[in-house]
Design a protein around this ligand. Structure first.
Ligand code: PRX
Length: 665
């Protein structure tokens, strides 16, 4: 049985929720009377038209009863950007620092107040409006971790445009597909950025993507706005005298600084209905084609605000830092919307944990006196391997809450984080959530809930988790099953952009009446929830979700490959890694050059983070008599574990011996 860690006095003393009983009472209230619970948060915000009592929440989670829908605060009218900036400035936070920006190189840093951020957002919003962007238009963003990225997101929110951020590590193919799928009117990017000593020319990826969007998907984007970033930061490697020789310039391109030149810093917001779209964000789907998860206005604002406040226990003078890239949902909710909604001061970091040395994170914790630090298990595992001295060099006594997100955190990493980084006196919040959930749904709460290394913990307010067995029967008490939710919380996604059918099918059809996460979970005898991982064909590599079929379809694009099967193999740092089996067409030869070509192909089609670790030759794949690939066996081959269990359904048992023989040394 795992040890239970109680919140330390250091945390409890300051906590706004200082006992487990208080949490339980509040959680109960949030389920019994959602209107009272959420309207308290809603009342903090500005509503151009307040919600009408009786219209607080309506929904249908049961596909047998008609279309799935979720509506919170219907009829109310507001603007998120106004609430994050103008409202905070009016409440006296104009001179408060919104972000300490820290560049990739330690010599590059700046800060921005709420008032200044509001000015920049208004100017850029006016520039977008002048460029013909209006309510409901999609703006794609392919940017590094710089302040303009936040400005751009909020400017979209201000004028009612829907931003669609594509993580700036995706390839031009992936960007082209996403630009075309959402029919983006504008693309916003930067000339380039440094990641450690690596130079990324983002503008070139965008140019390729815009070309591919036109030729492959027949979608043209007429405006590409480019931030000139490279010239204003310290070079971390070799650069030509004139950075402009690194990329080409086209008629559709315009510099960000030229576009905003002369724009007013006053920009009336577009008043949005509660259920108007705020943003969309693509996430991998098990059929290969990415899903455009759509979040709306009022509910997302309430949920982001509440989770940030309680999960990080953010207090007035705290300095909060989330290391996630804005290209993922964690960056959307917990780098941008939630901290600003709470008038928080955050650190925004452009670089990597390893540059200029492996203690960059810890030195920044001390530089800014960070109180809440939120990162991913893969980063923690990568840092543990450099030894404890890098951490011990730093004081880090400012820390109170340590967050983890993206995948289950293994107990060793948890203990290292807890004992070494947090000196045994911080609460760890292991936050389970998804692009689709908008904000944390299972977590511990600092000061309130006990912790167990590796357990996500308890439901957040308004969230009612259920475990179901394969037949849809509810598992009461301790047990393991499908993790589903029986009612909506305000931040849950509303649809998949342009494909409501797929939304209903993927998330609501397996168990009518429930939102199905696609993850398994276990409830232990003390009521803690442990997320056990995906139960569909999805892989989680360094916290990035991808589908096996997405990678398989890329591998089979190579003319020499006849068939491919991808499974996950546990990896000490990345959590999971891609282990690929390929069968070849007659006459094709399996050699190092093919392996290299396949790895390159995956990088170029999806992105570097999806690069396979192993590609193995498979003369045949283990299949059932009906032709279904038996991935269970492939996972055993990947592990080198010959104890493959029952093979009675296998069409040709001889292929398995061949696979073990062909394992790369
Ligand atoms: O499998 C779960 C895992 O990441 C998936 C969601 O990935 P994505 O939509 O990219 O969002 C990641 C950031 C919120 C989940 O279905 N996951 C995320 N956080 C945890 C987790 N698994 C276990 N514990 C977590 N804390």
């Amino acid at each position: 049985m795992s040890r239970v860690y109680q919140p330390s006095d250091h945390v409890v003393e300051k906590s706004r929720l200082s006992s487990f009983d208080k949490y339980k009472e509040m959680h109960k209230k949030s389920l019994e009377d959602p209107e009272t619970f959420w309207s308290e948060i809603a009342n903090e915000f500005h509503w151009q038209t307040p919600y009408q009592p009786g219209n607080f929440l309506s929904y249908n989670f049961d596909v047998n009863k008609g279309d799935i829908f979720v509506k919170w605060l219907e009829g109310s009218v507001t603007n998120i950007c106004f609430n994050l900036l103008d409202r905070n400035v009016r409440n006296g936070h104009g001179e408060k620092i919104a972000y300490y920006w820290e560049g990739n190189h330690p010599d590059d840093y700046s800060r921005i107040t709420y008032r200044k951020l509001m000015d920049l957002v208004c100017q850029f919003a006016n520039a977008l409006r002048d460029s013909g962007v209006g309510k409901g238009d999609r703006v794609s963003i392919y940017m590094p971790m710089i302040l303009e990225t936040v400005v751009c997101m909020l400017a979209c929110a201000r004028i009612g445009a829907v931003h669609s951020i594509v993580f700036a590590g995706f390839s031009s193919d992936s960007l082209a597909e996403r630009l075309s799928d959402c029919k983006a009117k504008v693309l916003v990017t930067a000339d380039g950025a440094w990641r450690g000593e690596k130079l990324l020319i983002l503008k070139n990826v965008c140019d390729e993507a815009l070309e591919k969007a036109k030729t492959k998907y027949n979608h043209s984007v007429d405006l590409c706005i480019v931030v000139a970033h490279l010239n204003r930061v310290t070079a971390c490697g070799k650069l030509p005298d004139d950075v402009k020789t690194l990329y080409k310039w086209h008629d559709r391109d315009i510099w960000w600084h030229d576009l905003v030149e002369g724009q007013s810093n006053i920009c009336p917001p577009e008043w949005m209905d509660a259920e108007d779209p705020l943003f969309m964000l693509y996430t991998s789907g098990s059929t290969g084609k990415p899903k455009g998860v759509l979040h709306t206005t009022a509910g997302y604002l309430l949920y982001a605000t509440a989770t940030f406040r309680y999960v990080f226990d953010y207090q007035e003078k705290d300095i909060y830092w989330c290391t996630a890239d804005v290209g993922w949902i964690t960056g959307h909710t917990y780098v941008v919307y939630a901290p600003l909604a709470n008038a928080a001061t955050s650190v925004m970091f452009e670089g990597t944990p390893f540059f200029p040395d492996n203690d960059r994170y810890w030195s920044l914790v001390d530089k800014y006196n960070v109180t809440q630090f939120y990162t991913a298990p893969t980063a923690i595992r990568a840092l543990t391997k450099f030894g404890d001295d890098y951490v011990k060099r730093h004081n880090m006594k400012s820390l109170r809450v340590l967050g983890s997100v993206g995948e289950p955190i293994n107990p060793e990493a948890w203990l290292w984080y807890y004992n070494l980084v947090g000196s045994g006196r911080c609460s760890i919040v292991d936050t389970f959530w998804q692009t689709e959930t908008g904000g944390h749904v299972l977590t511990s709460l600092p000061g309130a809930t006990p912790m167990k290394p590796g357990a996500a913990g308890f439901p957040f307010f308004g969230v009612e988790p259920t475990l179901l067995d394969e037949n849809g029967k509810v598992i009461e008490g301790p047990g393991e099953g499908y993790l589903v939710f029986s009612r909506p919380w305000p931040g849950i996604m509303r649809t998949l952009f342009g494909d409501h059918e797929r939304y209903q099918k993927v998330y609501f059809s397996k168990f009518p009446g429930y939102y199905c996460t696609g993850d398994g979970a276990r409830r232990d005898e003390d009521g803690f929830l442990w997320v056990t991982g995906r139960i569909d064909d999805m892989l989680n590599v360094s916290g990035h979700l991808m589908s096996t079929s997405e990678v398989e379809s890329v591998l089979t694009e190579e003319p020499r490959v006849s068939e491919a099967a991808v499974v996950s193999k546990p990896h000490p740092i990345k959590g999971e890694s891609l282990y690929c089996f390929v069968s070849l067409n007659d006459g094709a030869k399996f050699d190092a050059s093919l392996v290299d070509a396949l790895k390159k192909l995956v990088r170029s089609r999806i992105g570097a983070f999806a690069a396979p670790d192993v590609i193995q030759y498979a003369p045949g794949l283990p299949k059932t008599r009906s032709g279904k690939i038996m991935r269970r066996i492939l996972r055993k081959v990947a592990l080198g574990d010959t104890d493959i269990g029952d093979t009675s359904t296998l069409a040709d048992p001889a292929v398995v011996d061949d696979l073990f023989k062909n394992r790369p040394k």
